[in-house]
Unconditional design. Structure first.
Length: 177
């Protein structure tokens, strides 16, 4: 069973009470339960963590290499400020799905830029806690696609025509002349 590291950045521990008009009323534990439930349905194990410390998130990202199949990351405000997190993601070279509860593109202008996005397979935002469920689905898709590439590398059909097909085309051309 593939394991996915789900990382949550600063202030996400305050979900449920922090600006519920933007982030909803569900707690991070509620989101964890939803995420783990969907992951189980998709045949994935989840390691769900939260930290307000950038260095701790970076350590977890670095530690994922060789341990996790991919990372789902809600870096919170670090999304818009942390080159160090982006560098860590690039260094481990694992599939990343960036996730946000709110639609960052409908918010303040400074939230429109993400250092994480350049390293991510895709970004899911604006669907509240459902964003995490969608991120699990996206990660399952990405991992499935990568698995197919590893296990079923079929030889591509030859672009060079064989003698029989060349002869058939030559005979057809002569009939037309």
């Amino acid at each position: 069973m593939d394991s996915v590291l789900v990382l949550n950045g600063p202030n996400l521990n305050l979900l449920g009470t922090r600006e519920p008009d933007i982030y909803g009323s569900e707690t991070l534990d509620d989101i964890r339960a939803k995420t783990e439930g969907r992951a189980a349905e998709r045949g994935l194990a989840v390691d769900f963590r939260q930290s307000n410390a950038e260095h701790e998130l970076i350590g977890w990202i670095q530690g994922a290499k060789g341990q996790a199949a991919g990372i789902i990351l809600n870096a919170g405000a670090f999304t818009h400020t942390s080159l160090a997190i982006a560098d860590a993601l690039a260094a481990v070279a694992l599939p990343v799905v960036e996730v946000h509860l709110s639609n960052i593109y409908r918010r303040e202008h400074f939230r429109h830029h993400s250092y994480v996005s350049r390293q991510a397979e895709g970004v899911i935002c604006g669907f509240g806690s459902e964003s995490y469920v969608l991120a699990v689905d996206a990660m399952a898709h990405v991992l499935g696609r990568k698995g197919e590439n590893r296990t079923s590398r079929k030889a591509a059909p030859s672009r060079t025509p064989n003698k029989a097909s060349r002869a058939a085309r030559t005979a057809t051309k002569k009939k037309r002349s």
